[in-house]
Design a protein around this ligand. Sequence first.
Ligand SMILES: Cc1ncc(COP(=O)(O)O)c(C=O)c1O
Length: 384
Amino acid sequence: MDCFERGIERKNTNCDKWDAPFVKEGVVPMWVADMDFEVAPAITRRLVLAAGKGAFGYQFLSDHYYDAVIHFMKERHDYPVEKDWICYVPNVVLGLFAGLQAVTEKGDEVIIQTPVYGPFFKVVRESGRILTESPLKNEDGYYTMDFEDLEKKITEKTKAMLICNPHNPSGRVWKEEELERLVAVCAGHGIAIISDDIHSDIVTEGHSHQMIAPICRRMGVKCITCTSPSKPFNLASVHVANCIIEDKEVRERFQQFLAMHHVNECNAFAEEALIGAYEESGEWLAQMNAYVEGNLDYFVDYIHENIPSLKVRKPEGTYLVWVDFSGTDIGQGNIKEYLSENCRVLVNDGEFFGQAGKGFVRFNLACPRKNVEFALKNLERQFA
Ligand SMILES: Cc1ncc(COP(=O)(O)O)c(C=O)c1O
């Protein structure tokens, strides 16, 4: 665990998290979802070898790349995938855009369950589709899908749902029966599902990620699953992700969109990074999950014991914690600004996740424990 405890110095490395102009001196950033840990040694080794080739012209992904994805999906997620189904994309949000083009037309309605990762709103709106929100139910910090509301929001123009599994920001890892119920609703109305599974490899003890695609196949629902080693292995700037699409026609439309925008070429480091992650860094991933879970427990227990004005629940997955400040004096104000000024910690504002996020903020705990302790001490001083 030493490497996680130590972390990695990221200041002055042009990184968004620490070096963005709005990160004030002395403030610990706990906002954007990447980690303050050094990547697994196998990944660095492969990237150094790739850099040593000295040739960076156009290239394609080898069979080894696809085998690594297939093996990882089978072993880790019990999802048997065929090579043809795997569509490389540089990042997941582009996959959501392309996915939406593949399963809907302009003017169609698309449902998202809020609060949810901010770009979901943008992807739908900027694609000329109509956004429909179905708020999740929040009972004591435990979020569940509101199936009654969902049924009410569906019209004959509803053609797709964008879901987030595990769910950012609540940290829910959707259960098989919840996903089955959701897919059954979609099957009844001919609605396709685009599932953002970017956080699927970060789960706490006792929970396991369920892929929605096999359920969709069983119930005859078209599905696009967006995956990436970028969250669990901290590779966001390497730009490597895969959308897994079983339906040939949907896949062709998806690829057409990428080709039209000339974003279907991979970069020279994507393959080595993914192979290093998926094939050679299983032990690192297990240790990272254990370390992060230690941070989640520490953070949540500390708040329960010492800062009762804040409401929080341990997430089932992700390294993100969703904290309810609505019971504090600043619950209706600019919480993010207040925390930066008074607690010297930078977080994501709840409203980034939609109106349902008002009164909340999101903390990123993929960092050395000392940063978590720093944040908690400062929160305690202001809110206990
Ligand atoms: C749910 C979710 N999807 C997508 C992304 C962004 O992924 P990418 O950088 O691959 O577009 C994030 C990043 O925080 C996320 O939390």
